[in-house]
Design a protein around this ligand. Structure first.
Ligand code: SF4
Ligand code: SF4
Length: 448
């Protein structure tokens, strides 16, 4: 193995990777458990506790269960596993906790350890994970090809028929849900290119992380994000060779595959990294994952990944810090904003998207009740825990409808798909979009 080189502003990964020690219950820093003083102030913020009222489905209860397993005081049986798998990893408990418990640093490696313990029986060994979540989602070209027949089906309104008749329920469970989660696909756009020049005086040089599902299903949002950055005086580089952030893999326990994807991204951004002010991401789940690259894998390359992570900025966070140049196109509509968990809780970004949206002339931004409560998307949770996902989606829709908003804005791929699915199922009259899409329309003087 060659040495890992990290200087002040650049990094090098080793040519030959060192073996990745499998995460176990014992490898989780015990201090994270000790931080919890069992005060229970987090329970009211927890969506599963709010729905079920069961202490074992609360953050305090789950921390207690995980510590008991770690201490050897409890068996990892189906009951304990059930309570832990029902956790959305939304991290609302972190926001609520006055003691600074980093719940994500406990539950995420703990789940990886649970999967490692299961071996061949693990989640990531089943057909759906292998072929769909790991085989299809991270592969943009393959996903694009698979979506072509879906586009034709949507043009023929077969998707609406599938929902109206309930025929989707005849498909294998997770596949059926996945089909209904697919939003109205826009026409494929030309690739964005490698470089877009700042408009006006150059204020920053950034690289855009385009993601996998985001770059296929919400390609228009990536393009809109790049245009908004240009309008704000940013040179935008789109490094080739970048791909999936690895969140789906990591959260399903496939830690080695997740590490490979992370390192592929580090390689892709390496060439331009030195001159970058920021690596920009517009999807909350991917952003949280990229910011966590430095501590997920303990294999000697942590410093390089940490340096990469130190430049990752959510697009709203970045523009708010840079000093946002407001658009001038009026959008006369009532809008509301849903806080994606991995933006509001995992990255503590709540004010910034609202700050930008309030600068759209004509837009009336009203607060959404329980905005920070998970919508049930939570990565692949809506596929693996459909019952709780539906309860939370239903609660979200009721809250949205109470605002009478015409537009719902949220900055995460999963939330966009989950809330839109529920909207279509209910026939609710609002439109959902990413804040960057709305800002882009305002810059261009167009209407949603
Ligand atoms: S996680 Fe925080 S808020 Fe919840 S019980 Fe522990 S110390 Fe209290
Ligand atoms: S991550 Fe979310 S669902 Fe899990 S314990 Fe914390 S608040 Fe509850």
């Amino acid at each position: 193995m060659t040495d890992v080189a990290v200087t002040e502003n650049t990094y090098e990964l080793p040519v030959v990777k060192s073996e990745l020690p499998a995460t176990s219950y014992e490898s989780i820093d015990y201090d994270h458990f000790l931080d919890c003083v069992h005060c229970g102030l987090c329970t009211a913020a927890c969506p599963t506790y709010a729905e079920l009222g069961n202490e074992n489905d609360s953050p305090r209860g789950r921390i207690y269960l995980m510590r008991a397993v770690r201490d050897g005081r409890a068996e990892m049986d189906d009951t304990v596993r059930g309570h832990l798998e029902l956790c959305l990893d939304c991290r609302a408990c972190e926001t609520a906790c006055p003691s600074g418990v980093q719940y994500g640093r406990i539950i995420e490696p703990f789940r990886v350890a649970m999967e490692n313990e299961l071996g061949e029986e693990s989640k990531s060994s089943d057909w759906f994970h292998r072929f769909i979540l790991f085989g299809l989602f991270p592969n943009r070209d393959k996903l694009r090809k698979w979506l072509r027949p879906a586009r034709i089906a949507q043009r023929l309104k077969l998707d609406k028929l599938l929902i109206a008749t309930g025929l989707w329920k005849l498909l294998p469970k997770r596949l059926g849900r996945m089909v209904t989660l697919l939003p109205q696909l826009k026409s494929e756009e030309k690739p964005i290119g490698n470089f877009l020049q700042a408009e006006g005086k150059r204020r920053a040089r950034v690289a855009l992380f385009t993601g996998c599902v985001q770059d296929v299903i919400f390609q228009h949002t990536n393009h809109a994000t790049a245009r908004v950055l240009q309008k704000n005086g940013c040179d935008v580089i789109i490094p080739q060779g970048q791909g999936c952030c690895g969140a789906i893999h990591y959260h399903s326990g496939a830690e080695e595959e997740a590490r490979d994807l992370a390192d592929q991204n580090l390689e892709a951004f390496k060439e331009s990294f030195d001159d970058l002010d920021a690596v920009i991401i517009n999807a909350a789940g991917c952003g949280a994952m990229l910011k966590d690259y430095g501590h997920h894998w303990l294999d000697g390359s942590e410093e390089a990944r940490e340096l990469f992570a130190s430049k990752v900025k959510d697009v709203h966070e970045f523009l708010d810090e840079l000093g946002f140049i407001p658009p001038s196109g009026r959008i006369e509509a009532t809008a509301t904003y849903h806080d994606a968990c991995h933006l509001a809780h995992a990255q503590q970004i709540q004010a910034q998207p609202r700050n930008l949206l309030r600068q759209i002339p004509g837009l009336d931004l009203v607060e959404l009740p329980e905005s920070e409560l998970c919508c049930g998307a939570a990565g692949t949770y809506n596929l693996t825990q459909p019952e709780m996902a539906d309860r939370l989606a239903d609660r979200k829709i009721k809250n949205i409808e109470s605002t009478k908003a015409q537009l719902v804005l949220t900055a995460n791929t999963g939330c966009l798909m989950q809330i839109d699915r529920e909207r279509r199922m209910n026939g609710s009259p609002f439109t959902i979009m990413h804040p960057m899409d709305l800002l882009d329309l305002s810059y261009r003087g167009e209407q949603p």
